[in-house]
Design a protein around this ligand. Structure first.
Ligand code: HEM
Length: 237
């Protein structure tokens, strides 16, 4: 394979890893953590269910750690390879190109700290699954860690939203200038939605409320139901 061809293939692998396993995981992570809006019991039941899942390590390594390692190594090579010209040419796409790289550095620092203070502590036996709620509440009620969470989730939402745009361009879905311009807004709006979801969870913990966040729950949601309570279905004939 020529150097150009192999660079082309690695670029595709990098963007695929960013969207399929990692972006999908980020959305799943948001949904799982949003259980907290229904109260501590629902969140703890959700995490406990995840930990009872057969083949969990396969999912964690296959969907998070291996794709993340590939994405990070290729991303570092791309950061050092890039030429930055935002000062000379202040086009908005040039700025997004720069934001994408800077947010990558912030997300990486955040993930290392976040995984160390949650998953690694669980592995070391310093926290139990049913102690995660208190652990997160303490983090979100500490001004420094709250600020770090806000930086981390904002950088992750920006990196993911703009990353979807990059993926669609790189895989030849958005080919015309018009479609690329139109879709930039859609992708950023999607990133903003992900950010709003995480901010809602952050607000829940930092406010000390027992249920809910800033965004009101949709009417009809089973606010007090935990998975253990909804397993019985009455059959009427
Ligand atoms: C409001 C914000 C967030 C909260 C409350 C939160 C909460 C948690 C909790 C409770 C765990 C431990 C789960 C377990 O072991 O079962 C965890 C793990 C993790 N989180 Fe987050 N998280 C947040 C944001 C993020 C963001 C933005 C990212 C990615 C950029 C992220 C990436 C991860 C990863 C990679 C793990 C390790 C997963 C595993 O090994 O199973 N988190 N988080």
């Amino acid at each position: 394979m020529t150097a150009d061809k192999s660079q082309y293939v690695w670029k595709k692998v990098h963007s695929l890893m960013g969207i399929l396993p990692l972006g999908m995981y980020l959305c799943m992570h948001l949904f799982l953590n949003s259980f907290v809006l229904l109260g501590k019991g629902s969140f703890t039941d959700g995490i406990a269910l995840l930990h009872r899942m057969p083949y969990l390590p396969v999912l964690e390594w296959g969907m998070i750690y291996i794709p993340l390692a590939i994405h990070v190594v290729l991303g570092i090579i791309m950061i050092f390879d890039a030429r930055y010209n935002t000062i000379r040419y202040g086009y908005s796409r040039n700025w997004w190109f720069w934001f994408q790289r800077m947010s990558a550095v912030l997300v990486f620092a955040f993930i290392v700290w976040h995984v160390y203070t949650t998953r690694v502590q669980l592995m070391l036996g310093n926290v139990e699954v049913d102690g995660f709620y208190e652990l997160l509440q303490a983090q979100f009620q500490h001004p420094l860690w709250l600020a770090f969470y806000i930086v981390g989730i904002s950088a992750a939402a920006l990196h993911f939203g703009n990353g979807i745009w990059g993926f669609l361009v790189s895989w030849g879905v958005l080919t015309s200038r018009r479609s690329q311009r139109a879709f930039a807004g859609v992708c950023i709006a999607f990133g903003a939605l992900v950010l709003a979801g995480f901010v809602n969870v952050a607000y829940h913990y930092s406010s000390g409320k027992s249920e809910g966040g800033i965004i009101p729950l949709v009417e009809g949601e089973a606010v007090h139901a935990s998975p253990a309570q909804v397993t019985t279905v009455e059959i009427l004939d």
